[in-house]
Design a protein around this ligand. Structure first.
Ligand code: NI
Length: 180
C-alpha cells in the first residue's frame, strides 16, 4: 500500500496554516520544521518495513500538535480528516487540566496505548525528533527531566514499531552528552 501524496499535502497545508505564527523553541525556524521532521521519521520507518497504515500515520504525524498548540479543535480535524485521525491527534494532546506535566504525559500515553500502533509510532517519532541539542536557555534539571521523560515514553510504547523504538533508544543514549 503506497502513500497518497494528496493526503500529505492537504495535512501539511492545514498544519502550516494552524501553526503559522509558531516557531521551533530555541530556533528562528517555523514550526513546520518540527512537523516535517516527525513525518520524515514515519516515512523512513515505512521504507524500512511497510507493515503499517502509512496514510493514517503520516496524517497523524503532520497534525499531531495542532490541537495542543493552536486554536484548532477535535471537531475541525474530524471534519477535515475523519474520526480516526481526530482521535489519534486527541490522544497525542496533553490534557492541560491535569495538575502536573508528568501526569499529563502519562495520561496521554495511556490514551495512545488504547489506539492503533500508528498513534504510538507518531509519539516515538516526535520524541526522536525532539532529542536534538537542547535549546540554549534550558538548564540541567530541564535537560535531565526531558531525557527521563523519553525513557518513560519508549518504555510505555513497546511493540509499536521496532525500528522507531530502537532509534529512540539510541537518541536517548546520545542525549547523555548534554548532561554534565
Ligand atoms: Ni511534536
Amino acid at each position: 500500500m503506497a502513500m497518497t501524496q494528496e493526503l500529505y499535502q492537504k495535512a501539511m497545508k492545514f498544519a502550516g496554516e494552524k501553526h503559522f505564527d509558531q516557531k521551533v523553541p530555541g530556533t528562528n525556524a517555523n514550526y513546520l520544521l518540527h512537523i516535517s521532521n516527525v513525518a520524515m521519521e514515519i516515512l523512513v520507518a515505512y521504507n524500512n518495513k511497510p507493515d503499517f497504515d502509512i496514510d493514517f500515520a503520516v496524517q497523524t504525524a503532520i497534525l499531531h500538535d495542532t490541537i495542543e498548540d493552536t486554536t484548532c479543535d477535535y471537531s475541525e480535524i474530524e471534519i477535515e480528516f475523519g474520526e480516526r485521525v481526530a482521535k489519534a491527534v486527541q490522544a497525542l494532546t496533553k490534557d492541560k487540566v491535569l495538575p502536573s506535566k508528568k501526569e499529563s504525559m502519562l495520561d496521554s500515553l495511556t490514551r495512545i496505548n488504547q489506539l492503533e500502533k500508528e498513534v504510538g509510532m507518531v509519539k516515538l517519532a516526535d520524541r526522536i525528533t525532539n532529542l536534538q541539542s537542547p535549546p540554549g536557555y534550558w538548564n540541567q534539571k530541564k535537560i535531565i527531566n526531558y531525557q527521563e521523560e523519553a525513557v518513560i515514553i519508549v518504555d510505555s510504547l513497546q511493540d509499536k514499531n521496532e525500528y522507531l523504538e530502537s532509534r529512540l533508544r539510541a537518541k536517548i543514549e546520545a542525549y547523555k552528552q548534554y548532561i554534565a
